[in-house]
Design a protein. Structure first.
Length: 153
């Protein structure tokens, strides 16, 4: 009486295991690399390419106005696209409301934040959360990060 050995379905070689682990590690590493924060040099290049309003770019409070001309508003997603800012590379979102305005800030690099101001009484913003890329913003600025607020520490 001969018995047929059972077939092992999950049989693979050590070489296959190494290949699978290497490919998985490369994919995971690439996703972490893409989501890293911007460097100060990258933000300073964006400032140099998009600054408006003041001759030297910065006002007395360390702010620079960008992209959206005075008296107009644009969807935040379009503003960030124009600046080359990706949502996946920014963090530490916070906001505060004052009257009919909401000021929204994100940390974009070790030394800079981007600040967008939006109207809370604008009907075009109805139904959009503060972080929604379709929300209309004006008064877009890069600001030097404030020393008293450093959520990364």
């Amino acid at each position: 009486m001969t018995t047929t050995p059972k077939r092992r379905w999950l049989r693979f070689s050590l070489r296959t295991l190494f290949v699978v682990v290497t490919v998985a590690a490369l994919c995971l590493g690439a996703s972490f690399y893409r989501s890293r924060p911007y460097t100060d040099a990258e933000i300073e290049a964006a400032i140099a390419n998009h600054a408006i309003e003041t001759p030297d770019g910065f006002d007395s409070q360390g702010s620079v106005f960008l992209v959206v001309p005075i008296g107009t508003s644009m969807p935040r997603g379009k503003v960030f696209d124009a600046l080359g800012i990706k949502d996946s590379r920014i963090g530490n979102f916070y906001y505060y409301e004052a009257g009919h305005d909401v000021t929204m800030r994100w940390r974009v690099s070790p030394s800079y934040e981007i600040q967008c101001i939006s109207a809370t009484n604008d009907q075009e913003n109805d139904g959009f959360d503060y972080v929604d890329s379709r929300r209309k913003v004006y008064g877009v600025q890069f600001r030097r990060a404030q020393a008293f607020f450093n959520p990364t520490k």
